[in-house]
Design a protein around this ligand. Structure first.
Ligand SMILES: Cc1cc2nc3c(=O)[nH]c(=O)nc-3n(C[C@H](O)[C@H](O)[C@H](O)COP(=O)(O)OP(=O)(O)OC[C@H]3O[C@@H](n4cnc5c(N)ncnc54)[C@H](O)[C@@H]3O)c2cc1C
Length: 290
């Protein structure tokens, strides 16, 4: 497991040349550790239950575009592989078979610690459900944007543990990334001070993997279509998700300028020309419709 700085230091000390490392899960953590371990000369295998890396996070179609990155780094990626157990010598696979290893890292996601809130009267699902001001909703409150009387004014939840109402996307978001944990507490604090504050930022995160900077801004769960910007077989490309001519989200690979500009467009909610957006030579800001 990799959670704290101490976990990272302990893992680093064991990643020596020739060590057989098996990573369970080809998500963000799996890809990043595979990158670091391969660089140190470890023999790395990544076992993933889904058919592609990052299927949960960005969907199988875009996740599939990262498959070649593993082989390029000398990492063996085994998809569609379900792990039954971890033992002293590696992994036992569901349906038979094994992968032997000196070290095993399990990177299959996190779950907020909310058991201690049982009986609190708060609405707790995967995380603590809140309104757009991070006020905790009461158990039994209507789903969606909670109305007056449905929330506690003296209890806020924020960070990985909060499932907050996003007015921008018209749905509840639970974002387990650093940018939200950094910026949302200001709104939660203002709420507790009685101010009329709401959090409406487009989520943002990044991942450095296989020598590439991958960045994502927005939220695309309900988007209508995908626009490719550049060739995903190349080094630098991006994909954008749109609903009508509204830019919902963007994922960039080594195109930081696209990310910065798209983030502004998403925040402003301005309309974009999908054809211009698909042209990697056209700056994202020039794809904005007049
Ligand atoms: C290995 C790793 C790499 C990551 N890399 C990235 C990245 O590259 N980019 C990115 O955007 N995000 C990344 N993240 C995610 C990011 O770290 C989290 O989104 C962020 O830390 C969430 O902050 P938080 O304060 O909500 O929760 P946490 O940082 O988890 O802090 C919650 C704290 O509350 C404590 N706690 C829990 N229950 C109780 C209780 N009942 N009583 C008292 N204390 C309690 C916990 O012990 C913990 O210290 C990474 C996470 C991990 C684990």
């Amino acid at each position: 497991m990799l959670r704290t700085v101490d976990d990272a230091l302990a893992l680093r000390s064991r990643l020596t040349e020739g060590t057989r490392l098996v990573i369970v899960g080809a998500g963000w953590i799996g890809a990043e550790v595979a990158t670091a371990a391969a660089k140190k000369g470890c023999r790395v295998t990544v076992a993933e239950a889904a058919d592609t890396p990052l299927a949960n996070a960005i969907g199988p179609e875009i996740g599939a575009l990262t498959v070649p990155w593993y082989a390029e780094a000398g990492v063996e990626l085994r998809t569609g592989v379900k792990v039954a157990a971890v033992d002293r010598d590696g992994l036992a696979l569901a349906g038979g078979g094994r992968i032997d290893a000196d070290e095993v890292l399990v990177g299959v996601g996190v779950r907020p610690n909310v058991g201690w809130l049982d009986g609190s009267g708060l609405l707790v699902e995967r995380g603590v459900v809140t309104d757009a001001s991070f006020r905790a909703c009461l158990d039994g409150a209507a789903p969606g944007a909670a109305g007056p009387g449905a929330v506690r004014h003296d209890v806020v939840a924020v960070g990985d543990v909060a499932a907050w109402w996003s007015g921008r996307y018209g749905r509840r978001l639970l974002v387990e990334h650093w940018d939200t944990a950094l910026n949302a507490p200001e709104v939660a604090a203002a709420t507790l001070l009685g101010e009329d504050a709401a959090y409406d930022a487009a989520p943002y995160f990044w991942s450095e993997q296989f020598g590439r900077m991958v960045q994502y801004a927005g939220h695309h769960a309900a988007s209508e279509r995908l626009v490719r910007r550049g060739d995903p077989a190349g080094r630098k490309w991006a994909v954008a998700w749109l609903t009508g001519d509204r830019l919902d989200a963007i994922l960039t690979v080594d195109r930081p300028r696209d990310l910065v500009q798209a983030r502004r467009v998403i925040a402003a909610g301005t309309r974009v020309d999908a054809e211009a957006l698909a042209d990697p030579e056209t700056p994202v800001r020039h794809a904005v419709k007049p």
